[in-house]
Design a protein around this ligand. Structure first.
Ligand code: DAH
Length: 341
């Protein structure tokens, strides 16, 4: 067979093979034809040397034409195969945008967190820092340093869960007052939101875990009227601008004087109803001037510095502002309940 015939045969056979090849075969086929060492085209071209000087360029250009032609076919076939793969994928992954969607119920911020955020926002606006502290405390911080010595009758106010070796679950956030003052020089202006624990019998207003927000401000020349102004503003931010506050004398070992902070009932506007037990007033927190013994205990000079503190129950605030009658509802995680707020 002459070289020309061989080239024509290669061209015919290769055309057919390329047309039939799948993408896995195509590369092998390319090597089989064009490989320098053992490709069929190179094998044919090795015969060029035996041709006359006239024939050689003619055959050479024909060989070149075959080469370009076959290369073109291969890349065309490659494109074709790729397009087919893409087409199949588009078919199988088609999304029917007219199908109805799956309804996902949107989540809600829990009513307790809503109340907490509102409290934090109010005090942040007054320049208070928000800090957190440990839920496991020592007897010293939970009681002693707050002027509540062992065997003091006032310990009855905090029926606590005791752990081993002088540790307990904190029964209020007040121990953080001491931690903060031990670490920082005055002026101090913080609120401390956090979880507390008490061995209370569970009923509609008591649960063994609950949340408090503690407040503490210490500086030079802080007076009881600063406390009144601050909490008055807080009450109006929480329960409406027309609200009034009243301070009833009370007792806490770590404040002197101590007060129970009342706000006029926002359900009946002070006329008397079930929520305010017909008194027209609702207690929202305890407060007072930080006891000199507490200040001395952390190394502050009570002759130079004075301060006020307050502590409120977040559950109570949330329940009052949303008309929730049973504290247990706040901890049950029943979505039918939490959805309502
Ligand atoms: N720790 C008190 C409690 O749990 C609440 C309290 C009262 C906090 C008066 C205070 C305060 O900071 O001044 O009952």
């Amino acid at each position: 067979m002459s070289i020309i015939e061989q080239l024509a045969q290669l061209r015919r056979e290769a055309e057919e093979e390329i047309r039939a090849a799948g993408s896995d075969k195509l590369n092998d086929l390319r090597l089989k034809i064009f490989s320098r060492k053992n490709g069929s085209l190179s094998a044919i071209l090795r015969g060029l040397g035996g041709l006359s000087a006239e024939e050689r360029p003619k055959v050479g250009s024909m060989a070149n034409e075959v080469k370009v032609h076959l290369e073109g076919l291969i890349s065309e076939r490659m494109q074709q195969l790729k397009a087919a793969v893409m087409e199949a994928r588009l078919q199988s992954e088609t999304i029917d945008v007219t199908m109805p969607g799956h309804w996902q119920k949107p989540g809600r911020i829990h009513i307790l967190n809503q109340a907490l955020e509102h409290i934090k926002d109010t005090f942040k606006g007054l320049g208070y820092a928000v800090v957190q502290g440990p839920e496991v405390e020592t007897d010293y911080y939970n009681f002693e340093a707050l002027n509540i010595p062992a065997n003091h009758p006032s310990r009855e106010m905090w029926d606590s869960f005791f752990l081993r070796e002088g540790l307990l679950m904190r029964s209020h956030t007040s121990p953080m007052q001491v931690h903060i003052m031990e670490k920082h020089e005055p002026p101090v202006r913080v609120i401390v939101p956090g979880k507390c624990y008490r061995r209370d019998a569970v009923d509609s207003t008591h649960f063994w875990e609950f949340h408090q927000v503690e407040g503490l401000l210490v500086d030079k020349n802080v007076t009881f009227s600063d406390l009144k102004g601050t909490l008055d503003l807080f009450a109006r931010r929480m329960a409406g601008p027309q609200r009034k506050t009243r301070f009833n004398p009370s007792y806490f070992p770590f404040t002197e004087p101590s007060a129970e902070v009342m706000v006029d009932c926002f359900v009946c506007d002070g006329k008397g109803c079930r929520v305010c037990k017909n008194s027209g007033w609702i207690e929202i927190m305890g407060a007072g001037m930080v006891h000199p013994k507490v200040l001395k205990g952390v190394g502050y000079d009570p002759e130079v510095y004075t301060g006020f503190a307050f502590g409120m129950g977040v559950e109570r605030i949330a329940m009052l502002s949303c008309g929730i009658a049973d504290i247990r509802l706040l901890f049950e995680g029943d979505e039918r309940f939490s959805r309502q707020f």
